[in-house]
Design a protein. Sequence first.
Lengths: 253, 58
Amino acid sequence: MNALTLWFHKTGSPPTAYRLAGRIMPWCYGLGLVLGLVALYGGLVLAPRDYQQGDAYRIIFIHVPCAWMGLFAYFFMAANAFIALVWRIKLSEVLAMAAAPVGAAFTFITLVTGSLWGKPMWGTWWTWDARLTSELVLLFLYLGVIGLHAAIEDRRQAARAAGFLALIGVVNIPIVHFSVNWWNTLHQGSTVRLMGPSKIDGSMIWPLLLMALATHVWFFGSVLARTRIGLLELDGGKDWVRAIALGETEARA
Amino acid sequence: MNDFLAMGGYGAYVWGSYAVFFVVLAIEALAPRATRRRVLTELRGRLRRREQRNEPSA
């Protein structure tokens, strides 16, 4: 085995991954919180009022980052599910299943804040528009993955079945993303674009991008916290887990 | 300050959104702590039962 595969196997082994995750996790939560608060100050206080939507547009600073996170978390989950199904790597199974509840939380926030934004701007809480419907399907996919994973007793079989469902659900990702281009939707098109200039002023875009960074870092903190629990469950009978359960090593953090 | 809270008349929508954001993320961050405690308690129970089973024969 060369040095890289050796390193990979060592880092991917449950006890090492558990310890490493425990060390990185608090930094993710802390950094996410600090960046998020700065972004909130920028979005709620410093950014000017929108000429058309007034102050209602300020919902964008959480709505859009959370929507991105919903898609990012799904991508992260599906990629790990793929690795888990093809190479049978335990850590990937755990990572994929750890991402599902976090992605579901962000998707839920996206739907609710979108609804709260839609009422004053569109005059309705909900409409069966392509973007809204595909986002709702995304939430149901997350809930399906979580439910399937919880329903099967054997942890490895559960992760494999739920991972398979996650992979099938990938078809919905481009539909969510391109829905505003493919159909004539009530939902507006992309404001921030990678290709070409964004349709938003600099004073408004920095809090948005900073919040996106904050939610990404937070996501990893949360995934790591859940990964640690998943590893404990997976390796329930092993000595290292026994030591943690009985408090022989520092079980905290 | 009142102007800030009013959000140009959209206060309920804007602050409602931010409240949902914070509450959901707080629950999302606290949930693993509860799960972790439950999993460790379960593991301890399983270990204790196994020890009890082994004792008479030993």
